[in-house]
Each structure stands twice: as C-alpha cells, then as structure tokens.
Write a protein that binds this ligand. Structure first.
Ligand SMILES: Cc1cc2nc3c(=O)[nH]c(=O)nc-3n(C[C@H](O)[C@H](O)[C@H](O)COP(=O)(O)OP(=O)(O)OC[C@H]3O[C@@H](n4cnc5c(N)ncnc54)[C@H](O)[C@@H]3O)c2cc1C
Length: 387
C-alpha cells in the first residue's frame, strides 16, 4: 500500500501553490470578497494561461485529461486560497467537461470541449428548484416542451452557482408529463444569453466572490440539438456525472481546514498573553490538534475516493463520507480557529471569518449532511430511510 504522491503530483501541487501565493494573496481575496460576485476577467485569464481548464478535458479535444486525484491535488490549493474562486473555476472545469464528455454527441464534444479547455466558455449546473434540493425528484417542475425544431423552457431554479457569469447553463428539466419521476428528466445546454432568462441575486453569508443565483425561464427557446444525452433518461445520466462532485466538495473542505489551521497556528505563536505566546496553552493546542486531525482524515478520505474513482472501483461510500467529514471539519476549523484568534476571529480584517462563513455552504451543498448519512446506510444495505 502506497500513501505517497508521485513526483509529478508533488510538482503539480507545488506549482499551483506558487500560483495561488502569487495570484490569490489574502489581500486580493479579501478585496474580491468585499467587491465582486465573480472573480475578475484578469484572474480568469491567469487560470487560462496556466492551462487550468485543460486539466479535465479529454486529450482528443485538446485537454490534459488529468486523473481525478491529480485534479483534486491541484484544486486543494485553490480551495485553500479561496473557496469562491475554486467554485468559480470549478463550475466550468468540473460540470462542463463532465456533462459534455459523458453525455454529448461527437458534434457537441467537438464544439464545446475545446472552448472550455481554452477558458472561452463558462458553465454552471442548474438542478435545484425552490421546492427543495434534497427531494430533487419530487421538486423539479421546470419543463422543457419539445417543438419541431426547438425546446421551450419554463420554470425556476435556485442557488445556481456561477449562473450569472456562465455562457451555458447545464439545466435539468422535466420533459415527460406522464412518466414516473426518475424517467421524466432530460439535460440541456441552455445558452445564458437566451431570451426569457432572468437572474436574481441571492444575498448570502458565504462565498461572496462566487454568487449562487436564482434563474427564471420564461418561454426560453433553445435549439433542438441542445439536448445532452437521452430524452427522459436525464436522472440516471445526471447521477453518473454528478457523483464525483462530492469529492470536489470534500476537497473544498480540506482546503478550508488547511487554511484555518495555518492561520490559527501562526497566530497562536505570535499572540502574547500572561508573559508568553498563547500557543503554550494546552487547550489551544488541543483545538489545533483537533483541526489537524480533521484535516488529515478528510484529505485521506478525499484522496482515497478520487483514487477509487480513477481506478473504476466503487467510490460512492468514500465520496459521501469524505464530503461529510470534510464539511464538518471545515466548520469546526472555522469555529475553533476563530476561538484561537479571540476577537479578531470575527473581524473582517482576518480571513478566519471567511473560512467560517464559507464552511457553512458545504454543510448542505451539493447534498446535505443528513442526506449523506441516509445514503451511507443505504449503501451499507439498511432499508432506505427516506421517501
Ligand atoms: C450556496 C449554495 C450553492 C449551491 N449551488 C448549486 C448549484 O450550483 N446547482 C444546483 O443545482 N444546486 C445548488 N445548490 C443547491 C443545493 O444542492 C441544495 O441547497 C441542497 O440540495 C439542499 O436543498 P435545500 O436547500 O432545498 O434544502 P431541503 O432539501 O429543503 O432540506 C432542508 C433540510 O431538511 C433535511 N432533509 C430533507 N430531506 C431529508 C431526509 N429524507 N432525511 C433527513 N433530512 C432531510 C435536509 O438535510 C436539510 O437539513 C446550492 C446551494 C447553496 C446554498
């Protein structure tokens, strides 16, 4: 059994760490968090220049086709610097290539994948609706009606990350009125510039420089060829594509924990009380030890899930566990990291408050921790506890 990373993987991590240190300084990330709802174009271009968007694109479409583990190693560094930036670039490098490479026709792959790899086309994924995200099959009512040469979409989505900045929304709609819910969905590539789309901001405490927004589709017409995959089979197709998303969300938690640990550790060493650094107090050392343990546990689980995914082995249990442990660990790290910083833990001047705010988002997105536990026990063979 080998827990080591290869030389190439260590090099990739080092390069991304270097990039993040240079381009995502704490000051710049704070500026973004206070001023923008999506990373500026100049920053996007820097990700393009280092070839980031090629990492998940298959080689035949101009990409680097990195393994999922390699992608997570790189992504962890971005998550550590800014979860918002990680989400912003991740909705394009994750959703776009996965949906199109898995479900697309040859023409769709040739048309879209090279553009995504070149960073010229941004994507998001619009599944959740106002009626609920956990019982998604019960909640979806956005309908795509098939006309001769087009589809006409009506309905509403909510909490869609990066939709306000995307060129294409990968949108899951009902297409069958009479079929059972799991046989009633289809996936579409919806051009964001289509007439009839309205975007609504949703102010929230987390990830300020990557908004998640509401979308209304009002008689939105899209070309017939923008169906991705098979009509009516969208539920099963989407699940296959979305499964790795839990691993990507787990690595966000790992990045947040690592950032909170690093900042709290440094602060404890320089802050003085009662004639010496506060790092000598046992209780603060225990806080740090717990954060460190959570970081190791979540990273190991996440890497293992990615490895299993790369090797074509079942990974759902590990991916679900990784998301759960990493998101809870991130919230804990923000909470106790802030404790170590005392009053400064909640001051906007320090990033600790951002880690804490951002960590909340991971508790229920893309799947709530309650539902994660339901699924884990279902994977273990216990009776399905919901529905
Ligand atoms: C910031 C943010 C970004 C997001 N980005 C995207 C995106 O890009 N695209 C997208 O499609 N969606 C996105 N989502 C939606 C996300 O996936 C949903 O919020 C999530 O699935 C939970 O749905 P809900 O918020 O409607 O909560 P609900 O489904 O209403 O759940 C409310 C509570 O009930 C609990 N619950 C429900 N059913 C059960 C059960 N059977 N057993 C136990 N507990 C249960 C839940 O765990 C939760 O605690 C995002 C959400 C947020 C907040």
């Amino acid at each position: 059994m080998d827990f080591g990373l290869s030389k190439e993987q260590e090099m990739m991590r080092k390069e991304m760490k270097h990039f993040c240190k240079k381009e995502l300084s704490k000051e710049y990330v704070q500026w973004m968090d206070e001023n923008v709802d999506f990373p500026p174009d100049e920053l996007w271009q820097k990700f393009v220049d280092i070839g980031f968007f090629k990492s998940s694109i298959p080689e035949e479409y101009g990409g680097d086709a990195l393994s999922y583990l390699d992608q997570m190693i790189i992504y962890e560094e971005i998550c550590k610097a800014s979860m918002s930036v990680a989400l912003a670039v991740g909705t394009t490098s994750g959703f776009g290539p996965r949906f199109i490479a898995e479900l697309g026709t040859k023409e769709q792959k040739e048309k879209y994948l090279p553009l995504i790899g070149e960073g010229k086309l941004k994507t998001c994924m619009a599944l959740t609706e106002p009626a609920g995200g956990t019982d998604i099959l019960g909640a979806i009512s956005t309908f795509a009606e098939e006309k001769q040469d087009r589809w006409v979409l009506n309905g509403e989505k909510v909490f869609i990350t990066a939709a306000h900045a995307s060129d294409y929304m990968i949108t899951i709609c009902k297409t069958e009125s009479d079929a059972k819910p799991s046989r009633s969905l289809s996936v579409f590539l919806v051009p964001s510039a289509s007439k009839g789309i309205t975007i609504t901001r949703i102010p929230k405490i987390s990830c300020h420089h990557c908004d998640s927004v509401g979308i209304t589709f009002s008689n939105v017409e899209i070309p017939h060829e923008n169906l991705l995959g098979t009509k009516g089979n969208g539920w099963y197709e989407m699940l296959t594509v979305l499964n790795p998303e839990r691993i990507a969300c787990a690595i966000m938690g790992v990045g947040l924990i690592a950032a909170a640990y690093e900042d709290a550790f440094a602060y404890a060493q320089q802050r003085q009380a009662f004639g010496g650094p506060i790092s000598r107090f046992q209780i603060l050392q225990h806080y740090l030890a717990d954060i460190y343990i959570n970081m190791e546990n979540s990273r190991n689980l996440t890497y293992k899930a990615a490895w299993l995914c790369d090797h074509g082995k079942p990974y759902h249990m590990e991916a679900t566990m990784a998301k759960l442990v990493a998101s809870e660990g991130a919230l804990h790290a923000g909470r106790f990291g802030a404790e170590i910083l005392g009053g400064y833990g909640i001051c906007m001047e320090y990033p600790m408050q951002r880690y804490l705010r951002d960590a909340y988002q991971l508790q229920f997105s893309p799947i709530s921790n309650e539902m994660s536990k339901n699924m884990m026990m279902q994977f273990q063979g216990l009776p399905k506890s919901w529905a």
